[in-house]
Design a protein around this ligand. Structure first.
Ligand SMILES: NC(=O)c1ccc[n+]([C@@H]2O[C@H](COP(=O)([O-])OP(=O)(O)OC[C@H]3O[C@@H](n4cnc5c(N)ncnc54)[C@H](OP(=O)(O)O)[C@@H]3O)[C@@H](O)[C@H]2O)c1
Length: 246
């Protein structure tokens, strides 16, 4: 168990599973307290006590549906007034495997609400305090489909293209401040989320399979998009997508 002082609070949206749960664990290992957000309060509470038990960090679970405007506004109020927040990971998001024509319009609207609107509003809630304190980071989870619109439905790829453009603009806007902005291109496999939760390096093969697995449909195209996206956001080819082990 860690006894070091906190170096701030990391807010992670969509922390109850997958990539968000990995970010939560990694930031706690690095000495951050956590504010974890997702809809499933039970999963969040379980993860919070696991992380807290392992790291000794303070972990607060906040159950909220970020596509629900009143709930989103409550989350904004909560994080706007918390000066300890030094990192925001805008991770909550979802895609969908149905074609654009077959997709439910309500699902597509929710996708935009979560992947685009919530991400944008939460950034706006934390940024003034970070700029004032001359420190902080906003990490937005994108996807290689941002540059590969034929894959999946156009709403998902469009929402992730937004994340990339938005983060690039944010990066430029913040260049004279000490606040950082990062877009993360990811192709991962969350079919076995429990293994993914543990952040076990042996699962990094399938998790970070950009361009490595020829068994993935369209793998070559995805690999090309991933490489192009990494070039576009100035990410070194060897740099891991997700923060590494502490
Ligand atoms: N997996 C991939 O291959 C891949 C590739 C590229 C990019 N990404 C992106 O990476 C991010 C995380 O994906 P993942 O694969 O880790 O997915 P995941 O395991 O399904 O996790 C999504 C998280 O978002 C939360 N969430 C979903 N809807 C929400 C809502 N309305 N309000 C609040 N929280 C909500 C979920 O928790 P609750 O259900 O408890 O709310 C869950 O914690 C997403 O932005 C995704 O687009 C994933």
């Amino acid at each position: 168990m860690s006894i070091q002082n906190s170096i701030g609070t990391a807010v992670v949206t969509g922390a109850s599973s997958g990539i968000g749960a990995v970010y939560a664990g990694r930031f706690a290992q690095r000495g951050y307290d956590l504010l974890l957000i997702a809809r499933d309060g039970k999963r969040l509470a379980d993860l919070s006590s696991t992380i807290s038990g392992k790291t000794g960090r303070k972990v607060v679970a906040l159950s909220a549906d970020l596509t629900n405007k009143p709930e989103l506004l409550k989350v904004e109020d909560r994080i706007r007034s918390d000066k300890s927040i030094s990192v925001l990971v805008n991770n909550a998001g979802f895609g969908g495997t149905k074609s654009l024509v077959d997709s439910s319009i309500d699902d597509l609207e929710n996708m935009i609400a979560l992947n685009v609107t919530a991400l944008t509003r939460l950034k706006a809630a934390v940024l003034p305090s970070m700029i004032e304190q001359k420190s902080g980071a906003v990490i937005n989870i994108a996807s290689v489909v941002a540059l590969n619109p034929e894959a999946l439905n156009g709403t998902y790829s469009g929402s992730k293209a937004y994340v990339v453009n938005f983060t690039q603009a944010l990066f430029e806007t913040l260049k004279d401040t000490w606040v950082q902005a990062q877009a993360v291109p990811r192709v991962s496999d969350t079919r076995n989320p429990l293994d993914f939760h543990r952040g076990d390096r042996s699962h990094y093969g399938p998790v970070c399979r950009c361009g490595k697995s020829s068994s993935v449909p369209g793998a070559q195209k995805i690999a090309e998009s991933a490489a192009a996206l990494r070039r576009r956001i100035h990410m070194d080819a060897a740099q891991p997508d997700i923060i590494g082990e502490p």
